[in-house]
Design a protein around this ligand. Structure first.
Ligand code: ADP
Ligand code: MG
Length: 703
């Protein structure tokens, strides 16, 4: 048997079981070998009933003598199953399961079972007792395989259909006895440096832990065997990414020059003094643009950290070199905002900026496209409309993608393909740990703005219940009297802008007619035409409306520094990162700003989210909490197609191993350039990834 052997050739797997396994994606011996236990139990302490002592955890192998199902004394319909076990000696063991109905049919007199749990002494009955013990029926098993389930550290697998954890243990034992595994694909030097077991040993030990390994280590996924398998998964992925990156470096791109004139133009353009952090990342970007290979850089900075002006400086360099710049934004509102902002910055420099969104008329689009293809437009800002097939650039040199978490890798690629290997700058406000960012965003280099512009005061965040809203309104009135502005945001529920729109419209009416009759209240929602949206946004930006009632269309990027109050209605319906983004719409100027999270009621998880925001303004911390509360998969979203499905590694739990694996991968590729043995090791790695990894994940092209 080898790893590719189909599972139906394993003794004990007939067509029915094969089908169940297949539904779980388990087709070959290798698939099952990599189907890992999710926890372990210490079942080394096997004892006859007569030797049990109260307080200890033990395993008992015994036969059912009698069983009884009774209603809870005062319960609401639940039943208690009590089973008396014997092992052929005078003493008995009582086992009790609350809500044990499901077990009653299998634990009938005569059945042999293994019980695992804490031993107590039942005074009333004068018998040893186990409450809610783990149980496994022994009858269907061959005697010689019984030792798989007791007397050792026992793996617990997620069952499938009628294939229980027990059956899986037996099947895996059979495979492990027969299978010949291919040579270890991990270069020996790395394995030794990281003190990892061989793959063969790791696979065997993960299913059948050797004597002496600690239970805690196993359940923390840190036994040597588990560490090796997690390391592997990260290592192959990081090798794939590093190889891909190396290839990208070798491609021919544009070597921009940073001339005295570009510096002059940048100086002329800057409306304020950049922070040291902005200066540093601008330098990193400029250095990258000077390289003859294409830039692929991620600019990460919390909301309000000032990414836009950094992007503008990169744009100046590109335009001064005779190239065009494309700026891709996820929403029409944000695209419009960027357009207005860039237009104001670039007009004095003599650059032409255009806006291309889905809402332009056919005739306008025609003109805009001509402006792009002839090179008349130096900077094109737009939404998805910008990456349509019929949009052509005269000479695209720099592509900027804002709020990357809204776009997939594919869209980034399409923009890239509109030029001859243009430089790409991706901006995101989702602050995640560095190694994670490097991995999730794969082939991108990373620049981080880790500092807010000066004079910012930390936003004060409060939670209030709906019935206290009047107090908030009087607070808003005071802020507006002091010259500030406010947002009131309603959530989009279940993907339906219509519901949110209705809520917003109703609130708009209420606020403008009843609460603030003397003020001008604006309205903004997704169902308005793009012109209406832009007009509403501009009125607010110019201060003509003091309050803007909106749905989440304003979530990303909107920048009105005079606004100081953000009221989020039904805040419990928003995710953590979304709330942080919304809050980031205020606190953009020198004024003390406030974020008020309003809810009717509060569930436990919503409470956790709101607490997190009330406690912290730190986007890094919030992203981490969000990832913890939702899990990394959900956090990055399905559209974030940069990361392969990890089977047992966990990005959060195993961040330390990811770091190590990444360093080893990069080092291997570096050293393979001048070291012949490392070169061979790399070739072997590439072969391995091609054969195994690519088939499994199909995402990253190698070599
Ligand atoms: P984000 O990183 O969220 O995209 P923006 O680029 O929109 O942030 O910047 C947020 C606000 O801070 C804007 O009003 C911008 O003009 C202002 N700003 C950015 N950098 C500075 C700075 N160095 N000094 C003063 N204001 C700044
Ligand atoms: Mg922005």
């Amino acid at each position: 048997m080898d790893p590719t052997t189909p599972l139906q050739f394993v003794k004990g797997i007939g067509p029915a079981r094969a089908q169940i396994l297949e539904a779980k994606g388990l087709l070959t011996a290798a698939d099952l070998l990599f189907y890992l236990p999710f926890r372990y139990e210490d079942r080394r302490n096997v004892k006859p009933i007569s030797e049990l002592t109260p307080g200890e955890k033990a395993v008992v192998l015994a036969r059912v003598e009698s069983s009884k199902l009774t209603r809870f004394a005062r319960g609401r319909g639940g039943q208690v199953l009590e089973v008396r076990f014997g092992d052929g000696r005078p003493m008995h063991l009582l086992a009790r399961w609350f809500h044990g109905e499901w077990l009653a049919n299998s634990l009938v007199p005569g059945v042999r079972a293994a019980l695992f749990g804490k031993v107590e002494f039942d005074r009333a009955r004068g018998m040893m007792l186990m409450v809610q013990p783990e149980t496994e029926i022994l009858q269907s098993l061959e005697e010689d395989e019984e030792t798989l389930h007791t007397g050792r550290m026992v793996p617990i697998y997620e069952g499938a259909g009628n294939i229980s954890t027990r059956v899986l243990r037996v099947l895996l034992n059979r495979i492990l006895h027969q299978v010949t595994l291919p040579p270890d694909p991990l270069p020996a030097s790395i394995r030794e440096r990281q003190k990892l077991p061989t793959l063969d040993e790791a696979i065997r030990h993960v299913h059948q832990p050797p004597p002496g390994v600690e239970l805690q280590l196993l359940n923390d996924f840190r036994s040597p065997a588990q560490t090796r398998l997690i390391f592997d998964e990260f290592f192959w992925m990081e090798c794939g990414l590093a190889l891909k990156r190396a290839r990208g470096r070798a491609a021919n791109g544009i070597a921009f020059q940073v001339t005295a004139r570009s510096r002059e133009q940048i100086k002329k353009m800057l409306p304020f003094k950049p922070t040291p952090a902005q200066r540093r990342v601008t330098q990193e970007i400029a250095d990258d643009m000077k390289q003859p290979s294409p830039m692929h850089r991620l600019l990460q900075g919390d909301v309000g950290s000032g990414k836009t002006i950094v992007a503008a400086q990169a744009a100046v360099i590109a335009v001064e070199n005779g190239h065009q710049v494309a700026v891709l934004a996820p929403t029409e509102i944000l695209a419009t905002q960027h357009y207005l902002y860039f237009e104001r910055l670039f007009k004095p420099l003599g650059y032409n900026t255009v806006l291309l969104t889905g809402s332009a008329t056919a005739k306008e689009k025609q003109q805009l496209k001509r402006a792009l293809s002839t090179g008349f437009a130096n900077i094109a800002v737009g939404t998805h409309a910008l990456i349509q097939d019929d949009v052509e650039f005269h000479k695209l040199g720099l592509a900027i993608v804002d709020e990357q978490h809204r776009f997939g890798v594919v869209q980034r690629l399409r923009l890239f393909e509109k030029g001859a290997n243009p430089d790409v700058l991706v901006m995101t406000a989702t602050p995640i740990p560095r190694t994670l960012a490097l991995t999730v965003y794969g082939d991108l280099d990373l620049s981080v703005i880790d500092q807010l512009p000066p004079g910012r005061k930390a936003i004060q965040t409060r939670h209030v219940f709906e019935e206290k809203i009047e107090r908030i309104y009087s607070f808003v009135a005071k802020e507006i009297a002091a010259g500030r502005q406010a947002y009131v945001v309603y959530p989009v529920v279940e993907e339906s802008e219509t519901t949110a729109m209705k809520a917003a419209e109703k609130a708009h009416q209420h606020l403008s007619e009843v609460v603030f009759p003397a003020l001008t209240v604006g309205l903004l929602h997704g169902k308005m035409t793009p012109d209406e949206k832009a007009a509403s946004m501009e009125r607010f930006a110019r201060g003509e409306t003091q309050i803007l009632v909106s749905t989440t269309v304003i979530e990303v990027g909107v920048d009105v520094p005079n606004a100081s109050v953000m009221i989020v209605e039904d805040a419990d319906r928003f995710g953590l990162s979304q709330l942080h983004q919304l809050r980031g719409r205020v606190g953009r100027g020198a004024h003390q700003s406030y974020c008020i999270l309003v809810t009717r009621k509060l569930t436990e998880t919503a409470h956790q989210r709101i607490r997190t925001l009330v406690d912290s303004n730190d986007g890094f911390y919030i992203a981490e909490m969000d990832m913890k509360l939702r899990g990394p998969g959900e956090f990055f979203g399905t559209r974030q197609a940069g990361i392969p499905g990890l089977r047992f590694a966990n990005l959060l739990r195993d961040a330390d191993l990811l770091d190590v694996a990444r360093r080893e991968a990069i080092q291997l590729i570096e050293s393979s350039r001048h070291d012949e043995s490392m070169k061979q090791a790399l070739q072997q790695v590439v072969r391995h990834i091609k054969e195994h990894w690519q088939r499994q994940y199909g995402l990253i092209q190698v070599g």
